[in-house]
Design a protein around this ligand. Structure first.
Ligand SMILES: NC(=O)c1ccc[n+]([C@@H]2O[C@H](COP(=O)([O-])OP(=O)(O)OC[C@H]3O[C@@H](n4cnc5c(N)ncnc54)[C@H](OP(=O)(O)O)[C@@H]3O)[C@@H](O)[C@H]2O)c1
Length: 248
């Protein structure tokens, strides 16, 4: 019960990787603030599962890319818990196109929801975070390598990784660590929604030394480590969780 009494906000905490992170933190005692946007049924199912672990849950619906949503969520957290120990910036949106075809709308969507929301959340959270608090952002291999059609999201993910390094330095005097977990291909609905999912899956399995797709829990376990005291001397880092995919 490493997180007993701690309060964790997981953006996009209702489905996929965010759901696995919410459940993992709750299973070790954290009270979880679950942010989600469009899918209430999925959120309710996750919230019920979290509650069954005997911790408190605060529902925080809204587009995290909207500054008003961020303000509302932090007001709610302050009223209910008075502090935040763990911030996991996981929610992401974006559209697929070659870099040469990105329009303003696609660029702004990815940057607002993925990168700016992270900055806004940290700015709101910092004065509510006691020493020993942890911040983790979720990125993907596209931040560092070419993934076809992924350019606008990839740039926003690179922004998250760079921002994490700056935040790590600026927050160190407060005793707050900030790190990034960069996932390889993880089997979630987001990926399953791609038209060529089955062929992508086979390619990923063939190329991955671990010989399978990543699972949301593979990411959640690393996030839990980074949210624990065991990671106290790690800050500003990007940890790749891909079963060795990016080595080959
Ligand atoms: N799947 C992969 O292969 C993979 C690999 C590396 C990194 N990642 C990263 O991992 C994170 C989660 O991905 P996933 O595959 O788990 O996605 P997912 O299954 O589609 O889940 C996305 C979650 O984010 C929420 N969300 C989306 N847009 C939101 C917004 N504007 N405001 C608030 N919540 C929002 C969704 O809530 P609603 O359903 O209610 O909208 C849902 O809970 C993303 O940052 C993604 O880039 C994914």
């Amino acid at each position: 019960m490493r997180f007993k009494g701690k309060v964790a906000l997981v953006t996009g905490g209702s489905r996929g990787i965010g759901r696995a992170i919410s459940l993992r933190l709750a299973s070790e005692g954290a009270n979880v603030v679950v942010n989600f946007f469009r899918n209430r049924n999925a959120a309710e199912a996750t919230i019920t599962e979290i509650k069954s672990k005997g911790v408190e849950v605060l529902e925080a619906r809204g587009n995290i890319g909207n500054p008003k949503t961020v303000d509302k969520i932090f007001t709610k957290i302050k009223e209910r818990f008075g502090k935040l120990d763990i911030l996991v910036s996981n929610a992401a949106l974006g559209s697929f196109s070659p870099a040469l075809d990105i329009d303003d709308e696609a660029w702004d969507l990815a940057m607002e929801v993925n990168a700016k929301a992270y900055l806004r959340c940290v700015q709101k959270a910092k004065d509510m975070m006691p020493s020993g608090s942890k911040i983790v952002a979720i990125t993907s291999l596209g931040s560092q390598r070419h993934i076809k059609g992924y350019a606008s999201i990839a740039v926003s993910k690179a922004a998250l990784e760079t921002l994490t390094r700056y935040l790590a330095v600026e927050l160190a005097p407060r005793g707050i660590n900030a790190n990034t977990v960069c996932g390889g291909f993880i089997d979630t609905e987001a990926l399953r929604g791609l038209p060529d999912f089955e062929s992508l899956k086979q390619q990923v399995i063939t190329r991955t030394p671990g010989e399978r797709m990543g699972r949301p829990e593979d990411v959640a376990d690393v996030v839990a480590f980074l949210c624990s005291e065991d990671s106290r001397w790690i800050t500003g880092q990007t940890i790749i969780v891909d079963g060795g995919f990016s080595l080959t």
